[in-house]
Design a protein around this ligand. Sequence first.
Ligand SMILES: O=C[C@H](O)COP(=O)(O)O
Length: 329
Amino acid sequence: MQTATTIQTPHLPQVHDARNPGMALDMDWVMRARANRSAIERRAASLPGRRSVKKDYQAAWLARAVSCIDLTTLAGDDTAGRVARLCAKARQPVRADILDALGLPDLTVGAVCVYHDMIAPAVGALEGSGIPVAAVSTGFPAGLSPFHLRVAEIEESVKAGAQEIDIVISRRKVLTGDWQGLYDEMKAFRAACGEAHVKAILATGELGTLQNVARASLVCMMAGADFIKTSTGKESVNATLPVSLVMIRAIREYHERTGYRVGYKPAGGISKAKDAAVYLSLIKEELGDRWLRPDLFRFGASSLLGDIERQLEHHVTGAYSASWRHAMG
Ligand SMILES: O=C[C@H](O)COP(=O)(O)O
């Protein structure tokens, strides 16, 4: 039996703030990944009641959540006008008088996330703001178009000015255990992105098991994903706390083993400020403060900002305004 004095000090890798370059596919590591569903569900159920985010600091935490939002519109009827309004909101996500009253500095969202056709209007509307445009890609949301077209779509979106590309993985590769195929696909997507950062959408609601989520997370990171993201927002089950725990722990393990930090993006159905606070606590507890910044954490959300703005207004005035006053687009 090991005692405290016989435990070996693990080899600590160097700390990198550089972009995750990926690594060779390590199948032993992938196959060792397990997920204990009942323990994960117990831990997830305990999260909403916890108080890692103290009440006094709630406004600051909500402001932090705003800075980590990928403000999203992904609708078939998106227009340049709607995207321009969304971008105006991205530049000034919370009313200036509320921010003044809270004593918070200027605030913008993390990115604006759109379909390929809306990249140009978004880039135009965000000019000079420093806010990147993220484009969903590779046949989003199902990812079932021919492979060469998925790669070409990434290249076109980067050419159009997207600085971040949200790709969707082939779920069937996970469901059939084709880890090499998933790795090769992800590596090709990363290469097509060039300097643009790549978020790998796992579509966890379609992966069957938490073990598959753990393995797919590792494979995508090994293939060079900058972020792993839960969902497209179009699956019947999108971001959940159990899935988030599995993905976050895979990120932690990858960091412990390689020294590289990969970002996390829960997406789909996150629309309440209180849910955002739970996610922030989860990140703080499992990964630490370094991950609570837009370069390593994003919410993919179309309607979360409105509720956060209402809560911040309530914090300042003691009253809630109607939700229609916080329209997004
Ligand atoms: O990636 C972002 C999601 O599509 C947004 O989903 P949501 O509209 O449920 O917030």
